[in-house]
Design a protein around this ligand. Structure first.
Ligand SMILES: *Cc1c(COP(=O)(O)O)cnc(C)c1O
Length: 403
């Protein structure tokens, strides 16, 4: 099956979409257009309301050819009509919330999500009169009960950061659409290769392109992909008015990374599978969560929904004290793996995420929600982003750190 809705295969789509040889120079590689304004033959028109779909550029906050090249590449890879790239993953999430929610509206947000998103939803949206309900999206009964007549949006994430819990996107979309609500999904962990979000029903596919899409750890950016209508709403509100646009230089770097995404994700997946299988049999490791392992609590869903298991592993080593000790050993002893936040780069990264401190700051879960979190994370997890190095070298580094 060709998931890109184009007549080309994945690698061809990733390489060629959004690009054409330069008509004036014949350059085969895409140009970097560092221009903030564009010469026009129109006498007037200087408002978001004048934005036309005629492919002409006016000012870089409305659109820039290099950023547009990346947007077209991502849209094609996600199999949707359009995409908008913004300054960061957080800017992309904020764009979704502030474009589609108003005072008096209700939004359902995954109770575990990227820390910045969780804090934005819990602390900021209510200041603007938006009601927020945080729901464990793997608990479909609770999700169903959370809908209200004014629910406009369901914001989910799969797999969720940092514990690797999955969301049954087809089911969540069915429920939301029955309630006339839109669904946005933060698919950063999965990458565009990890799941066919559009086919599963997701209306707004969000990525922090800082992670897998760029893939080299050298540019921060975010994206939302979806229908022409929804993306043009975001462009009018969030690009033109809120102003958090992506720089052309970052777009050029990210597009260069995205061209090889299908190849990179195959290598992330096979590397992570090897590391996860090794971790699983180490005496110091008490639990490994990876969607490619049959021991993942939602392995059946992973096989059904995920087209690539990606490179994100969460593992436990016992209580928090042991976790902190091993984190320090990693900092002191690891040769290759960087002890750092972020993920999805060609360099492997690892970071200790302690449950208690995350509950105090980002998540503040209790009752059954906390129980579900702890069933994946215990007192804390190491979140490892398996890069593209030789898995045997990564395993050697981990063995020294765990000893
Ligand atoms: C990193 C990340 C974000 C935020 O993206 P930035 O580019 O850092 O703003 C959002 N969601 C997930 C799942 C992430 O990993």
């Amino acid at each position: 099956m060709n998931r890109t809705n184009s007549k080309y295969g994945l690698m061809t789509t990733a390489i060629h979409s959004g690009e054409v040889p330069d008509p004036t120079t014949g350059a085969s590689a895409p140009a970097l257009h560092m221009s903030s304004t564009f010469v026009t033959d129109q006498v007037a028109g200087f408002s978001a309301h004048d934005l036309q779909d005629d492919g002409k550029y006016l000012y870089a906050r409305w659109g820039n050819p290099t950023v547009n090249m990346l947007e077209q590449k991502l849209a094609k890879l996600e199999g949707v009509e359009d995409c908008i790239c913004l300054a960061s993953g957080m800017a992309a999430t904020t764009a979704i919330f502030l474009t589609f929610l108003s005072a008096g509206d209700h939004v359902i947000v995954s109770d575990v999500s990227y820390a910045g998103v969780a804090e934005l939803a819990r602390d900021t949206l209510p200041r603007f009169g938006i009601d927020v309900t945080l729901v464990d999206m793997s608990d479909l009964g609770t999700l169903q009960a959370a809908f209200r007549p004014n629910t406009k949006l369901v914001h989910t994430e799969s797999p969720v950061n940092p514990i690797g819990r999955l969301t049954d996107l087809a089911q969540v979309c069915k429920m939301a659409h029955t309630a006339s609500a839109l669904v946005s999904c933060d698919a950063t962990f999965a990458s565009p290769m990890g799941q066919n979000s559009a086919l599963l029903g997701v209306d707004l596919i969000m990525h922090s392109v800082t992670k897998y899409v760029g893939g080299h750890g050298d540019a921060v950016g975010g994206a939302v992909a979806g229908s022409k209508l929804l993306i043009s709403k975001i462009r009018g509100e969030s690009a033109i008015h809120h102003g958090g646009v992506m720089s052309p230089f970052n777009a050029w770097l990210v597009a260069r990374g995205l061209s090889l995404l299908p190849l990179r994700m195959q290598a992330h997946q096979s590397g992570a599978q090897a590391v996860a299988e090794w971790l699983q049999v180490q005496p110091q490791v008490t639990k490994v969560i990876y969607p490619g392992l049959p021991s993942h609590p939602q392995y059946e869903l992973a096989k059904k929904q995920m087209l690539n298991m990606s490179g994100m592993i969460s593992f436990q080593v016992g209580d928090a004290k042991t976790g902190r000790k091993i984190a320090q050993q990693m900092i002191d002893r690891m040769d290759i793996i960087h002890y750092a936040v972020s993920l999805g780069h060609h360099r492997s990264l690892i970071f200790w995420m302690e449950t208690e401190s995350l509950m105090e700051t980002s998540f503040r879960l209790s009752g059954t929600q906390l129980k579900s979190y702890r069933s994946f994370a215990g007192d804390g997890v190491f979140r490892m982003s398996v890069g593209l190095e030789e898995p045997t070298d990564l395993i050697r580094d981990l063995a020294v750190a765990l000893a």
